[in-house]
Design a protein around this ligand. Structure first.
Ligand code: AMP
Ligand code: GLY
Length: 424
């Protein structure tokens, strides 16, 4: 099997690392990739919004499977593009078409879908600019804090949680009237605040059957104790201690099954990953969001814990036979800690020289790195994810920290409290 992975983050490196171990994989490409993927696969300089060039590359290199890492190509219709071109039709793009990608691409769409299928989620209403007076009134029916979400994709920044009504009014105005998030905030979903603890469940589906991958919890804020600005993710753990069998059964019965049935009812063709962002409120799971891809940095702990051959899973999906196999999870704990550029998620410098030692038991997944001659330099905010296993969570996280300490570049920062909240 020849495979092309689209993206350049830790998630894509983790996919490549896993596929590199499979005897079913013949040639492996990552576009555009990073310094880490370049060691185990061939990096290709392709732009992720240039579907024509991606298609041409796939034909030239006889690609069988394309795995889009992030949501953008999916929401922009890469699946529809491949299906509409006779020459590309036979290539399996592992992701949903543009219509189904609306589950992530439009918060309002996702809310309507959940409502239709009685899937537990926060109460909400959606408003456009002309309905701002109704939106002010709705805010006054809710209690603080107030959750305002830009309907469309806003590079992970479209959710604002406001502690006071004054702030909520102000942010609402900025979103609806001043295009705070461009077109993405021309409609705003206002929802009830749910107070609980978050985790994520990952589903793989071939359109007929589904399989559940190891669950994870990520750490989104830049500062220790979950403070400061939101980031792409500063660390993750899998398994999640409070997600026991009872909780997982609730998630499957109340959320995963109705989601699969809902997709069928709407005749939405959906293959690929469904990443369900959840919050446990008094031991009951509620959906915070759907994503139509894997998470980053969650993939950096999920792929290591997946014992199955990932290429075999993709092959089974392509043949709509995912039900032929049981998912096997490594029972050990896996953690990851992201080393990031000083200043991130605000302005930071790039091009810093990186030195990296082998640390026993640590898997380094590259994100914002690139080759510069013989050296590897930083090229993004999140630089390297340091993943490690342990019999206990403590053992795993201590190893991840050994990895994070050993990574050297000017301005390096990482959170020192990943997994701490789960260890007492
Ligand atoms: P999202 O982009 O939808 O994942 O939202 C970003 C973050 O905002 C989530 O990870 C939650 O921490 C928080 N959030 C979103 N919706 C809610 C809600 N209804 N109640 C509490 N927190 C929320
Ligand atoms: N770690 C959250 C995400 O990938 O959206």
């Amino acid at each position: 099997m020849n495979i092309l992975i689209l993206g350049s983050g830790g998630r894509e490196h983790a996919f490549a690392w896993k596929l590199h171990q499979s005897e079913l994989v013949n040639r492996l490409y990552v576009a555009p990739g990073n310094a880490g993927t370049g060691k185990i696969a061939q990096n290709v300089d392709l732009s992720l919004d240039d579907f024509d060039s991606i298609g041409e590359f796939c034909l030239n290199e006889q690609i069988d499977v394309v795995i889009p890492g992030s949501e953008d190509p999916l929401v922009n219709g890469i699946v529809d593009f491949f299906q509409s071109e006779a020459a590309l039709e036979h290539i399996y793009v592992f992701g949903p078409n543009a219509e189904s990608a609306q589950l992530e691409g439009s918060k309002d769409f996702a809310k309507i879908f959940m409502e239709e299928n009685h899937i537990p989620t926060a109460g909400y209403k959606t408003f456009n600019g002309e309905q701002i007076e109704d939106a002010y009134s709705f805010l006054r029916e809710l209690n603080a804090p107030y959750v305002l979400k830009a309907d469309g994709l806003a590079a992970g920044k479209g959710v604002v949680i406001c502690p006071t009504l004054e702030e909520a009014d102000q942010v609402l105005r900025e979103m609806l009237l001043d295009s705070k998030f461009g077109r993405a905030s021309s409609r705003v979903v206002i929802e009830e605040f749910l107070d609980g603890i978050e985790f994520s469940v990952f589903v793989m589906t071939d359109g007929e059957h589904y399989a559940i991958l190891p669950e994870a919890k990520d750490y989104k804020r830049i500062g220790e104790g979950d403070t400061g600005l939101n980031t792409g993710g500063m660390g993750a753990v899998s398994p999640v201690p409070f997600v026991d069998k009872t909780m997982m059964d609730k998630v499957v019965r109340r959320i995963v099954e109705p989601t699969m049935i809902g997709l069928k009812k709407r005749e939405m063709e959906y293959v690929g990953f469904i990443f369900i962002g959840l919050i446990s409120v008094n031991d009951d799971p509620y959906v915070i969001e759907y994503n139509v891809r894997m998470g980053d940095p969650e993939t950096e702990v999920v792929m290591p814990r997946l014992k199955n051959d990932f290429a075999q899973l993709l092959d089974l999906c392509a043949n709509k036979r995912l039900n032929d196999i049981e998912i096997e999870q490594d029972p050990r704990n896996c953690t990851t800690v992201f080393t990031v550029s000083g200043g991130y998620p605000e302005a930071y410098e790039k091009g810093k020289n990186i030195t990296l030692d082998d640390v026993e038991g640590v898997l380094f997944f590259h994100a914002g790195t690139k080759k510069d001659g013989d050296s590897v330099v930083t090229s993004g905010g999140r630089v390297l994810a340091c993943s490690a296993f342990g019999q206990t969570l403590e053992e795993a996280i201590n190893r991840s920290y050994e990895g994070a300490e050993s990574v050297k570049f000017e301005g390096k920062y990482f959170r020192k409290d990943i997994a701490k909240d789960l260890m007492n």
